[in-house]
Design a protein around this ligand. Structure first.
Ligand SMILES: CC(=O)N[C@H]1[C@@H](OP(=O)(O)OP(=O)(O)OC[C@H]2O[C@@H](n3ccc(=O)[nH]c3=O)[C@H](O)[C@@H]2O)O[C@H](CO)[C@@H](O)[C@@H]1O[C@H](C)C(=O)N[C@@H](C)C(=O)N[C@H](CCC(=O)O)C(=O)O
Ligand SMILES: Nc1ncnc2c1ncn2[C@@H]1O[C@H](COP(=O)(O)OP(=O)(O)OP(=O)(O)O)[C@@H](O)[C@H]1O
Ligand SMILES: N[C@H](CCC[C@H](N)C(=O)O)C(=O)O
Ligand SMILES: [Mg+2]
Length: 492
């Protein structure tokens, strides 16, 4: 696309004179620039992209978009907000892919990954070609790409949608994080269905307060558009049991479908029965009442299922077909995942890394655990510090044995993170073992027949980030190794 054509999509920019090169790609990282790229300078939290513009031009950038004039020998377009302009340009450069894709987004503190995987499974079973973007990976047709962020930056995002279009994807499902909403990563995405799971404490380091965290989430619904846009219906699927839903309902002009367990809702679950192997409940929606048998465990899983069901209903899928798909789902990687290594106690790996998710998962375990519950839990470094003492208290209140350990300390001192956790439980007993492998070994060596060991926080992650190092670490493998070593020890 020619530079002048591309730039014409921007509403306002400082006039520039100069050549009209062909733009071959859009990049905001100079290390990815190729001959003919448009390099976009982003002022980040760590560095300022403007400092890399010269390097980008040396590598072949044909033009630069910046927030201030730069003398570079290639056309420089100046805008007030390059982050916002990047979203507009990426959407245009890739041919507005989401205008002709069914796009379903899921936001909320917990349950985004699980719900998005459920929705993807439903559409896949309905013989649709699907795309998925989220915490675990980006899937385009049959191809899988690793992701750095739950919701990638606007260029990566639009590029993925474009690729989806190229390979015939009809429905794209994506997680929409609050960071993405705040930073405009999803500007330019034409969502058809916006799903809300819940709003509880997390990310206060970034948003500052629950109020502004909620505001970021609300943008998803207020920006959804009218009930019909170009003849396409727009839907907000909201969790009626979460207080925030009432406001989101007011702030969206789209059609609203609610789901819930406690309060009255369009889609309702009743008579829930939870066992270690699954969950049963009765689903009520308009004319349909059906007993559902899930392989997923916990009340929170019921919420995710209701949300996924609601989204699929909005897309016009057959309710019976949707429910058949849902009942077949065995689980999502790293979410309440059982580790079986021949031991006589249960080991569960789960991604609970917020107060609410930890409480939910421990209460769920409490529903069926006959004996002791060991929980191994840590809190991420460079993330919301205020959740640390709260998570420690939840662990001590709901488990019989709490072991505090490290969960991606990143640039922080792991011992300081542990001290922050301990501040919440001065009156309780617990064990602190900073090394995660040792913490798992400790729990495994203490657990007896019928006990449950819950390893929380890292779920599907296959790494431990300590300082700048990303070390290989997988809770599932660690647990298996610990169990095997324990068996050898017992034999000796
Ligand atoms: C706080 C935050 O969101 N940071 C994001 C931000 O990083 P940053 O502002 O530090 O970027 P930076 O390093 O200062 O770089 C500024 C600019 O210079 C460019 N640059 C940089 C270095 C260089 O050598 N050359 C160069 O051109 C960069 O490409 C960038 O355009 O922009 C990066 C590129 O888009 C993101 O990957 C990064 O996410 C980091 C990894 C992160 O940890 N984000 C978390 C907090 C986050 O966003 N989480 C949510 C999910 C949470 C949930 O699921 O609950 C998410 O959506 O992932
Ligand atoms: N609906 C829910 N309500 C509360 N807790 C939930 C819910 N669904 C899942 N959880 C808990 O939260 C953990 C994370 O779930 P999931 O990965 O689906 O959430 P997420 O919103 O994608 O998280 P992230 O923001 O880190 O990407 C699960 O392992 C489980 O413990
Ligand atoms: N999306 C979350 C994931 C947290 C996972 C946990 N293992 C941690 O590192 O804190 C975040 O980036 O805050
Ligand atoms: Mg996720």
């Amino acid at each position: 696309m020619k530079l002048h054509t591309l730039v014409s999509y921007l509403h306002s920019f400082s006039t520039f004179k100069g050549s009209n090169p062909n733009i071959t790609s859009i990049e905001h990282d100079n290390r990815k620039v190729e001959e003919g790229s448009l390099f976009i300078c982003i002022k980040g939290y760590t560095v300022d992209g403007h400092d890399f513009a010269e390097e980008a031009v040396k590598t072949g950038a044909a033009a630069v978009l910046a927030q201030r004039p730069l003398a570079l020998g290639v056309p420089v377009i100046v805008v007030k907000d390059t982050q916002r302009a990047m979203a507009v340009l990426a959407d245009a450069f890739y041919g507005h892919p989401t205008q002709s894709l069914r796009l379903i987004g899921i936001t909320g503190t917990n349950g985004k990954t699980t719900t998005s995987h459920l929705i993807e499974k439903i559409f896949y079973d309905a013989s649709q070609k699907t795309g998925l973007i989220g915490t675990m990976y980006t899937k385009v047709g049959n191809k899988i790409y690793n992701t750095r962020n739950t919701t990638p930056d606007s260029v990566t995002l639009q590029k993925a949608f474009h690729e989806m279009k190229e390979c015939g994807v009809e429905t794209a499902i994506m997680e929409v994080s609050s960071h993405a909403l705040e930073l405009g990563r999803v500007h330019g995405c034409d969502f058809d269905i916006a799903v809300f799971t819940n709003l509880t404490q997390d990310h206060l380091d970034f948003h500052g307060s629950m109020e502004s965290y909620k505001h970021a989430k609300s943008l998803f619904f207020s920006q959804l558009g009218n009930a019909y846009v170009d003849g396409r219906p727009k839907f907000a699927v909201l969790n009626a049991d979460d207080d925030a839903a009432e406001d989101f309902m007011k702030w969206t002009a789209a059609h609203v479908l609610t789901y819930g367990i406690e309060k009255s809702a369009d889609i309702r679950a009743k008579d829930i029965e939870i066992t270690a192997k699954g969950t049963q409940f009765t689903l009520e929606v308009s004319q349909l009442t059906r007993r559902i048998s899930l392989q997923l465990v916990g009340k929170f899983s019921v919420y995710n299922v209701l949300a996924a069901f609601g989204a699929a209903m909005c897309a016009g899928l057959d309710p019976d077909q949707i429910l058949t798909s849902i009942e077949k789902v065995e689980g999502v990687s790293g979410r309440f995942e059982l580790v079986q290594a021949g031991q006589d106690f249960s080991v569960i790996v789960d991604y609970a890394h917020t107060p609410d998710s930890l409480e939910n998962v421990l209460k769920t375990v409490g529903e069926f655990a006959p004996k002791r519950i060991f929980v191994i839990v840590g809190c991420g470094g460079d993330r919301d510090k205020t959740k640390r003492p709260i998570m420690a208290r939840i662990a001590c209140d709901l488990a019989t044995d709490s072991i505090f350990t490290s969960d991606n300390p990143r640039s922080e001192d792991p011992h300081q993170i542990l001290r922050d956790m301990e501040a919440g439980v001065k009156d309780k007993s617990y064990t602190v073992i900073a090394d995660r492998m040792e913490a798992i070994q400790h729990a495994v060596s203490e657990a007896n027949e019928g006990d449950v060991v819950l390893i929380a926080g890292k779920g599907h992650e296959t790494y431990q980030i300590i300082g700048d190092q990303v070390l290989e670490f997988d809770d599932r493998i660690a647990a298996k190794e610990a169990i095997a070593a324990q068996k050898v020890k017992k034999k000796e």
